[in-house]
Design a protein around this ligand. Structure first.
Ligand code: ADP
Length: 237
């Protein structure tokens, strides 16, 4: 599936728009944060420190979301580092575990079967790509929840000799042909509150790394994403 120049232009424009919106939202958030801190002693004296704590946590979360969004909508040249595939995957899975648990979904990481493999990547960006894919899998499992089937996400890595493949599969609702044709397009979403950006941004990130991202899906059966990275020579590790 090729992303056209038009789609890349769209993504670049989005990067600019979101950067200015993010900036405008951050300013009021900073002043809200400051005033809550000023009010905090009063809330404490009313025995309501918990409220202040929640407000501050949520403001920080909003800031984090803006930061992530800013980063994600303008994929820059990767700042690469050599990392172990299994430790990278472990870290990402750890981030998604609480959400998976809440949704009654099981995430199985099969790194013990993986031979030690290293890739040269921008860790933050690649974590974001894998997170996007896992979140989509969780959504797909959630939307088509069948009481009799445990939602399952399987993550593994394979060394094909020339490449390192990371496979992420789910037993969610799968995708129809129309979705498969468009899923990497910016703004394409089938979700009520989706942005349709996760996969288009992921696509750009993987391409910037000299890799590929492929998908195989069947309605009612599930979906598998395979990210392929160039394999490093042993001498490079
Ligand atoms: P968003 O999640 O905001 O919709 P994405 O770019 O991440 O944006 O995904 C685009 C669309 O691809 C989703 O709306 C969904 O229809 C489809 N999709 C992605 N991953 C999966 C999956 N694992 N199972 C089923 N559909 C998926």
């Amino acid at each position: 599936i090729e992303q056209t120049a038009y789609q890349n232009d769209k993504l670049a424009m989005l990067g600019k728009i979101s950067a200015s919106i993010a900036h405008e939202i951050r300013n009021p958030l900073t002043s809200i944060r400051g005033f809550i801190q000023l009010l905090r002693p009063h809330l404490v004296s009313l025995g309501k420190d918990e409220y202040a704590r929640i407000i501050l946590t949520e403001i920080d979360r909003a800031n984090d979301i803006i930061y992530e969004f800013l980063n994600s909508s303008k994929p820059s040249a990767p700042e690469t580092k050599i990392v172990s595939v299994s430790s990278l995957l472990k870290e990402v899975v750890l981030l998604t575990e609480s959400e998976a648990l809440m949704k009654g979904c099981q995430i199985n990481l099969h790194t013990d079967k993986t031979p030690p493999a290293f890739i040269s990547v921008d860790v933050k960006q690649i974590k974001q790509v894998i997170l996007n894919i896992i979140k989509n899998a969780l959504d797909a499992i959630n939307e088509h929840h069948d009481e009799n089937i445990t939602g399952m996400i399987d993550i593994s890595a394979r060394d094909t000799g020339k490449h390192i493949n990371i496979c992420i599969s789910d037993n969610g609702g799968g995708m129809d042909q129309n979705t498969l044709n468009h899923l990497f397009n910016p703004f394409f979403t089938t979700k009520e509150s989706g942005t349709g950006l996760g996969l288009s941004v992921s696509y750009s990130i993987i391409r910037n790394h000299g890799g590929t991202i492929a998908v195989d899906s069947q309605v009612g059966a599930g979906t598998e994403f395979v990210i392929t990275f160039p394999k490093l020579d042993v001498s490079e590790v």
